[in-house]
Design a protein around this ligand. Structure first.
Ligand code: SF4
Length: 123
């Protein structure tokens, strides 16, 4: 058995977690979480860490050349490089509205890449 310390980043409280793992590195228990989301976060961090990804996408014919985007759900950290490749290769045509889906179900993660601001057309 061993203990790993981490900070829960699910909400701004930022609870200090002590996660106990067995000899094979499997999750056993967690202490320090103020709510059940902390246990889910700790389990995910041990098994398959996930993050919200933020970036930007090129806009064609817009008042701005880029629109900020983010995944609307967490995606596995191991897929961030491949996700960024897709986002970098993407172009959208203005106008873009906040909340528009730029890439649906990226890499079959169940997460959509959505615009986080509006970019009007330059016409
Ligand atoms: S354990 Fe709960 S209260 Fe603590 S940081 Fe995570 S989500 Fe927030």
């Amino acid at each position: 058995m061993r203990t790993v310390e981490m900070t829960c980043i699910v909400c701004p409280i930022g609870c200090d977690l002590k996660v106990t793992l067995d000899d094979e590195g499997h999750f056993v228990s967690v202490k320090g979480n103020r709510c059940p989301k902390g246990e889910i976060y700790a389990r995910d961090e041990v098994v398959d860490p996930k993050r919200i990804l933020t970036s930007s996408v090129k806009v064609v014919g817009g008042k701005m050349p880029l629109v900020s985007v983010k995944t609307n759900k967490t995606i596995p950290k191991r897929l961030i490089r491949d996700t960024m490749s897709i986002i970098k290769s993407k172009k959208v045509k203005a106008p873009v509205k906040i909340g528009d889906v730029i890439v649906e179900n990226i890499l079959n993660t169940g997460s959509n890449v959505v615009a986080t601001r509006t970019v009007k057309s330059d016409e």
